[in-house]
Design a protein around this ligand. Structure first.
Ligand SMILES: C[S@@+](CC[C@H](N)C(=O)[O-])C[C@H]1O[C@@H](n2cnc3c(N)ncnc32)[C@H](O)[C@@H]1O
Length: 307
């Protein structure tokens, strides 16, 4: 995979088309992304209100680059939400048509059920068939593959358990939206990405998110022993992604201590000193993770296991 090394396990701040054109052909095993939905969302840098045709043209260019960088048999998992009720557009149909027209094989459509109905206000005509609204409480993950249905294993390890395989192959995924937003309007929940990565890749495979935001795909790829390429145009979101990865590396190297009851101690407890520690361990003034985080400057991420 000559030329790929400079992109691997990197958070790259830049325009996705400018960056992707330098990624070599046939090198990525899975692309997962959630593009801006063109709904006027307040992202840090991006203008999320383009004319619809202009928006589709832009996305088409991104899909062409995605297809080029995927290995044969490589997958593309595209998360897209139904658009608003009043300005409804079948954006998922338009994306599916674009990708199929360029020769991508459409494998399936996963329904990510978010159950966000508690917050609903838009009933349309309440209790009347005159003009009632269906409120979108779900999103789609459209899954495509390039050239072939099968992904070559090339000796790589499979790590999905039989229980996970059974659960994930049922295409109706109930996963609540991410509650920890970290200053981003639309982050992925880690569980969604975990399922896609475990189901569609082998260990050591390369996973790309070209609209990477706060780095959920990169973080889960790292935690599951895959390699990642993260691209986002916002420096602020890229910095958040870097911080999340640093925390993930530290926690992998120094897992959180377990309390006497067997419960994992929360990071917040480590710093507040609120945790009841077992007597024989009282001599240590601070737990390992807290000491390490204090000495962060001297810690080199490259020394971390699997990094
Ligand atoms: C729907 S969000 C992705 C959120 C991400 N899935 C997460 O978990 O945080 C879309 C992202 O696309 C980024 N973006 C917009 N225009 C871009 C461009 N031209 N190139 C790269 N990223 C861009 C935005 O900054 C935003 O973070």
């Amino acid at each position: 995979m000559k030329g790929l090394e400079i992109f691997i396990d990197r958070i790259i701040c830049g325009d996705c088309l400018e960056v992707m054109q330098h990624i070599p052909d046939n090198t990525v095993h899975l692309a997962i992304t959630s593009p801006p939905y063109n709904l006027g969302i307040n992202y840090d840098v991006h203008n999320d209100v383009l004319a619809y045709e202009q928006y589709l043209d832009w996305m088409n260019k991104v899909w062409l680059e995605t297809k080029r960088v995927l290995v044969p048999g490589g997958r593309f998992a595209l998360n897209i939400a139904p658009t608003s009720i009043k300005a409804f557009r079948p954006i998922h149909h338009d994306f599916a048509n674009q990708l199929r027209e360029m020769g991508m094989i459409m494998r399936t459509e996963i329904i990510w059920y978010k159950q966000t109905m508690r917050r609903r206000t838009a009933w349309g005509s309440w209790k009347s068939p005159a003009n009632p609204h269906i409120v979108p409480s779900w999103e789609y993950v459209l899954v495509f593959c390039k050239d072939s249905w099968a992904l070559d294993r090339n000796g790589a390890e499979t790590d999905i358990t039989s229980d996970e395989f059974k659960r994930f192959s049922d295409g109706f995924w109930y996963i609540p939206p991410e509650s920890q937003r970290r200053g981003h309007p639309t982050p992925f929940p880690e569980e969604l990405i975990y399922r896609l990565i475990k189901f569609y890749t082998f260990k050591g495979n390369v996973v790309l998110d070209m609209f990477g935001g706060t780095g959920t795909v990169a973080v889960v790829a790292y935690k599951t022993g895959r390699r990642y390429i993260h691209v986002d145009i916002s420096t602020k979101y890229c910095q958040i992604a870097e911080q999340r990865l640093e925390t993930a590396r530290l926690l992998q190297e120094f897992p959180l201590p377990v309390s006497r009851t067997g419960k994992k101690i929360k990071v917040s407890e480590l710093f507040s000193g609120e945790t009841q520690r077992p007597r024989r361990k009282r001599r240590a003034k601070q737990p390992a993770v807290a000491r390490l985080l204090e000495k962060k400057e001297s810690y080199k991420p490259s020394e971390a296991k699997d990094a």
